[in-house]
Design a protein around this ligand. Sequence first.
Ligand code: CO
Length: 160
Amino acid sequence: MNTNLLRLSLSLILIAISASFALADDSKKTTVADAAVTKITILGTDQMKFNLSEIKVKKGAKIELTMKHDGKLPVNVMGHNFVLLKQGVDLAKFAMEAMKGKDSGYVLPSQIKDVIAKTDLVGGGASTTITFDAPAPGTYDFLCTFPGHYAMMKGKFIVE
Ligand code: CO
């Protein structure tokens, strides 16, 4: 390594160290981690719809996803959740099986192996938030598993 390169590297290290001190100071006012978190809010409606049919995130992202029920109907009538499936899982088959899981938010314990992330089931006016790491780059299916909803309430979750 020549001298100039060495100097440059040392300067960069010093800049990095200063930067981390600066971040540490900021953390008293704001949460530093938040800057690196991708926040997503998805709405479910009384018309049995999500407001998003596609969600795009960057690889390696920490995701904070809020599922908000924007309607008024109760959870037992028009419940919504957000369930992100692993690749290769058949969405329709998963949804049909999930209907048997009334006592576990319409995802059976035996189905957890097929799930990357899921929220609780919410009714009108309620919301729920989860955090998870973006899976490997690719395209994934998400759906609401409340009985009969998956045909209308589904979309693509894309990691770039
Ligand atoms: Co639903």
